[in-house]
Design a protein around this ligand. Structure first.
Ligand code: HEM
Length: 217
């Protein structure tokens, strides 16, 4: 059979079960995660500028808050599936501890640790978003800013992993790496635009706190 039939679609179509490589599947989950996280950050940055899709492009009502939520939770699901697949029998033996705390993982422990740190921070950001009313807006917002730390962590992890875990030099022109590079570039440009937008805003007015006198006090 053709050697190239290793994509998930080809595996399903041909039923070539013996070709399923957990490391390759894990790489697809990682790529899906970075794609969704990129979309999630872009929508989050739009939300922070109070972008109105009805008044501006695409001149349609779009529920950007729900989109931000869905992309975040789906990305988290893929982020968890991605290292979990490494536990399946393959060329490289990852133990549970190597996935949860990869400092001594059998391959690329440093970049995997960056990925794990990103994953843990992402869990914190999403769980605290779920309980944001209980936590209160002020604290929730402070915690939510850690997303700016999640981005460089998963960006470095995704750029510097050898997706085959075969100790090869990284090919930065490989299709998957180009996708990763595009995602990172998009986020950097979007953050720069967000900062420019912020600088163009009129300075915020300082509101004096009104003191209300209660007759019984
Ligand atoms: C926010 C969290 C994470 C994101 C966005 C992410 C993303 C990615 C991406 C995009 C790749 C593939 C790069 C390519 O194909 O060139 C990758 C590879 C890899 N990641 Fe992650 N990752 C995350 C967390 C983790 C964690 C927690 C581990 C735990 C050990 C891990 C271990 C690996 C390994 C071993 C590879 C190389 C093998 C493979 O491609 O699956 N990652 N990651």
């Amino acid at each position: 059979m053709c050697e190239t039939l290793t994509s998930p679609a080809a595996i399903v179509m041909t039923g070539a079960r013996d070709r399923v490589d957990p490391i390759e599947l894990s790489s697809y989950a990682g790529l899906g995660a970075i794609g969704l996280l990129t979309l999630n950050i872009l929508i989050g940055l739009l939300l922070s500028t109070k972008y109105n899709p009805v008044r501006r492009w695409p001149h349609h009502r779009i529920d950007t808050v729900s989109l931000h939520n869905y992309t975040g939770w789906t990305a988290l699901a893929l982020v968890l599936v991605h290292p979990a697949l490494l536990l399946l029998p393959s060329r490289v033996d990852f133990r549970l501890i190597d996935v949860l705390y990869p400092t001594h993982a059998p391959k690329q422990p440093l970049v995997n640790t960056l990925g794990a740190a990103a994953a843990y921070l992402l869990v914190v950001v999403l769980v605290t978003s779920y309980f944001r009313f209980e936590i209160g807006r002020r604290w929730w917002k402070r915690i939510h800013f850690t997303t700016y730390a999640v981005f460089p962590l998963f960006a470095l992890h995704s750029m510097f992993t050898d997706s085959t875990l075969g100790d090869h030099a990284i090919d930065y022109l490989d299709g998957e790496k180009v996708f990763v590079e595009l995602c990172i570039a998009l986020v950097i440009v979007a953050i720069a635009l967000r900062v420019r937008w912020q600088k163009a805003q009129p300075p915020a007015r300082v509101h004096r706190k009104r003191v209300t006198h209660h007759p019984q006090q």
